[in-house]
Design a protein around this ligand. Structure first.
Ligand code: NAD
Ligand code: MG
Length: 396
């Protein structure tokens, strides 16, 4: 590739954002940062701006923008600071941008990610919640604009690598029997069930293999992360929920597998470091150095597998049911989960209650067909309201 790729990194101050910038910094001859966004760690955003010298930065409020603009000007930068969702959509859709890393966490990333998709960018999708919420509309927009959608989630990136290039013809057409989605089982895989009542946010966020943001860490502990990933995989690979099997693989070395009708099973392996899928997607179809150490299979020595326990992980069943129900169900599931996880992180509810909140929201809100972004946002708002009502009734 001869020309510098212009990249907007949405959610630059997060775990995925920082890993992305680490890879970009290794290849200054290939990639240039066009825009960086941050929502909370704003001093860190300032430091990143001084280092990567983007054309634009995006922050949540006008007051913060004025402050950052001043600091960057004193640092000799001509970076323009934009504000809020409109600013995020602007840098996602800007005509000079080639690639957008969608690494905002949660529903907040939906509109900017869609803006990148609708303008036909190369979209590196970490923000799985956006796809889970709006699956049909999102994929329709990809087809319409010709955007190149590449999965950053390590499992989906692995599946993508194990599928043939023409998998878009249909999984059965290319001989796929099923997709095997691996999960680590998180920090509570072996915790006695009665102790789950008392686990803290710190314990939930202490993932055994991956270092990640707090929301996805709690999702990994409840296995809602795998539930969201099941729905994500259905949309990315045009699979039915029944074609996807979840298996617990505690070492997180196999990132997922594809099982073919002739009995071949292809897997992608690697150290649990997000710079591998990020580098893969950034350079695709080429390969570049990611900074990740080579896999030492002798040191790993063994790979274990077990079936997930739905009593321990009720969120997995809730997500599978939402995937089967379709329509607004995944958007309801996602929003209820976001509220419940936030409440758990704020110590308003106990860990096992996360599943209770989601189950009640899905019971109370009818699943309806979703034909527009409006419909998605309505389901999202309804679920947040119902989840908040649950919290008010049950708060400790
Ligand atoms: P994180 O919490 O570390 O970072 C989130 C980023 O989003 C930060 O830059 C934050 O400032 C920004 N942000 C948060 N709320 C926002 C809002 N309301 N508006 C605008 N920006 C906002 O999270 P992360 O671990 O980097 O995860 C990001 C996304 O990638 C999530 O969707 C997650 O599921 C997905 N993902 C992460 C990993 C991982 O290893 N961390 C792996 C697979 C997928
Ligand atoms: Mg994942």
């Amino acid at each position: 590739m001869s020309q510098l790729q212009q990249i907007s990194v949405l959610g630059a101050t997060g775990s995925i954002g920082l890993s992305t910038l680490d890879v970009i910094a290794r290849h200054p001859e290939r990639y240039q940062v066009f825009a960086l966004s941050g929502f909370s760690r704003l001093l860190e955003l300032e430091t990143l701006c001084l280092r990567f010298r983007p054309r634009f930065a995006v922050v949540p409020t006008a007051a913060v923008a004025v402050k950052l603009q001043g600091a960057l000007q004193s640092g000799g930068l001509s970076t323009r600071v934009l504000v809020g969702e409109a600013g995020l959509c602007e840098v996602a859709a800007h005509p000079e941008v080639d690639t957008v890393m969608a690494a905002i966490v949660g529903a907040a990333g939906l509109k900017p990610t869609l803006a990148a998709v609708e303008t036909g960018k190369k979209v590196l999708l970490a923000n799985k919640e956006a796809l889970v919420m709006s699956g049909a509309l999102f994929m329709q927009a990809v087809r319409k604009s010709g955007a190149v959608l590449l999965p950053i989630d390590s499992e989906h990136n692995a599946i993508f690598q194990c599928l043939p290039g023409d998998y878009g013809r249909g999984l059965s057409q290319v001989g796929v029997r099923r997709i095997l989605l691996t999960a680590s089982g998180g920090p509570f895989r072996q915790t006695p069930l009665e102790q789950l009542q008392a686990v803290t946010p710190e314990q939930a966020c202490a993932h055994p293999n991956w270092s990640m943001g707090r929301k996805i860490s709690v999702d990994s502990a409840s296995m809602m992360n795998k539930g969201l990933e099941l729905i994500e995989a259905c949309w990315l690979f045009d699979a039915k929920p029944a074609q996807i099997e979840v298996l617990i693989h505690p070492q997180s070395v196999i990132h997922s597998l594809v099982d073919y009708v002739d009995g071949s099973v292809l897997a992608q392996l690697g150290n649990p470091d997000m710079r591998t899928p990020i580098s893969h997607a950034l350079a695709w179809p080429e390969r570049i150095d990611s900074g990740v150490a080579p896999l030492d299979l002798f040191a790993i020595a063994r790979l274990d597998f077990q079936a997930p326990d739905e009593v321990r992980f009720p969120c997995l069943r809730l997500a599978r049911d939402a995937a089967d129900a379709g329509g607004s169900a995944p958007a309801l599931l996602n929003a209820a989960n976001e509220v419940a996880v936030q409440a758990f992180l704020q110590r308003r509810i106990r860990f096992p209650e996360i599943a209770n909140v989601i189950a009640e929201v899905l019971n109370l809100a009818p699943t309806v067909a979703v034909e527009s972004l409006e419909g998605v946002l309505q389901a999202d708002a309804q679920a947040r309201q119902l989840a908040e009502q649950w919290l008010q009734r049950h708060e400790r």
